[in-house]
Design a protein around this ligand. Structure first.
Ligand code: NAD
Length: 271
């Protein structure tokens, strides 16, 4: 039995979290934050097998939880259902789902490649529907569930050249509202979207390099004048700040927050 003091230190002890796209960037940081809070975690995402195994083992060593890895491709509904099933079979439940996997591509609408549109909508939007669809029955049975969708400031406002990303992230905010309403009368199940501004991850490093080339600017100039132009506080959001918000939503104090889209963007969408 978990003691009161260990519950205070490890508020998510006994819970199981699936974090999609957790082999890199924000997802890896969120998986580590959930594990530090005591949750067993199912990692997911692409990357070098040895590197992923290192991250998985490091989480078990650092936080004393169980960590597993699913290679499910977020464009494949059957693999998504199997990942949720594996969390339930191997770790005993799927209490928390963080829909974080995402990709970006930038081009004007009339030049936007069909395959990029389809992939962005599948990974950034449809995957969140398929995880929720697979995980909700178990959440209802156990009387606890937290679905946290990592949307974006681009789920609330638009920028040019990001048609698929902005459409998918607005879709995630809409899906969040529907799931929030459908689970509102269930005891202790919530669904929320977090809408970060820019976070310095491999996804953004790619954009910095591309923009520097396109505008013939230094990377520092791109960060100041292009990337952070829309972010009033002029600094990147820290992954730890997003982690703290996820933990709050997963706690009992988060029980009445549902169907919400929560900006964490230094004032971007306040404009
Ligand atoms: P990242 O590129 O560092 O990580 C993306 C993760 O998604 C990786 O683990 C990758 O393997 C995984 N992934 C990609 N395609 C996949 C697929 N088909 N199946 C399974 N996994 C797949 O990106 P990041 O910056 O950490 O972004 C994470 C999320 O946060 C994304 O949804 C992104 O849109 C969102 N976001 C990022 C920022 C930012 O500034 N970095 C801002 C707002 C929102």
């Amino acid at each position: 039995m978990t003691s009161v003091s260990s519950q205070l230190q490890k508020p998510l002890s006994g819970k199981v979290a699936v974090v999609t796209g957790s082999t890199s960037g924000i997802g890896l940081g969120l998986a580590r934050a959930l594990a530090e809070a005591g949750a067993d975690v199912m990692l997911n995402g692409f990357g070098d097998a040895d590197g992923i195994e290192c991250e998985r083992a490091a989480i078990e060593d650092a936080f004393g939880v169980r960590a597993r890895y699913s290679a499910a491709d977020m464009t494949k509904p059957d693999e998504i259902a199997a990942m949720v099933g594996a969390a339930e079979a191997e770790l005993g439940a799927c209490d928390i789902v963080v829909n974080n996997a995402g990709i970006q591509f930038v081009a004007p609408v009339e030049e936007f490649p069909e395959a990029k549109w389809e992939a962005i909508v599948a990974i950034n939007l449809s995957a969140s529907f398929y995880t929720a669809r697979a995980a909700l029955p178990g959440m209802r049975t156990r009387g606890y569930g937290r679905i946290v969708n990592i949307a974006s400031a681009h789920g609330l406002v638009a920028s040019p050249f990001k048609a698929a990303y902005v459409a998918a992230k607005h879709g995630v905010v809409g899906l969040t509202k529907v799931i929030g309403l459908e689970t509102a009368e269930d005891d202790n199940i919530t669904c929320n979207a977090i809408c970060p501004g820019y976070v310095r991850t491999p996804l953004v490093e790619g954009q910095i390099a591309d923009q520097a080339k396109a505008h013939n600017m230094s990377e520092d100039e791109v960060i100041r004048e292009v990337i952070l132009a829309s972010q009033p506080n002029k600094r990147f959001v820290d992954i730890a700040e997003i982690g703290a918000l996820v933990l709050m939503l997963c706690s009992n104090a988060g029980q009445s927050i549902t169907g919400a889209a929560l900006p964490i963007d230094g004032g971007w969408v306040a404009r």
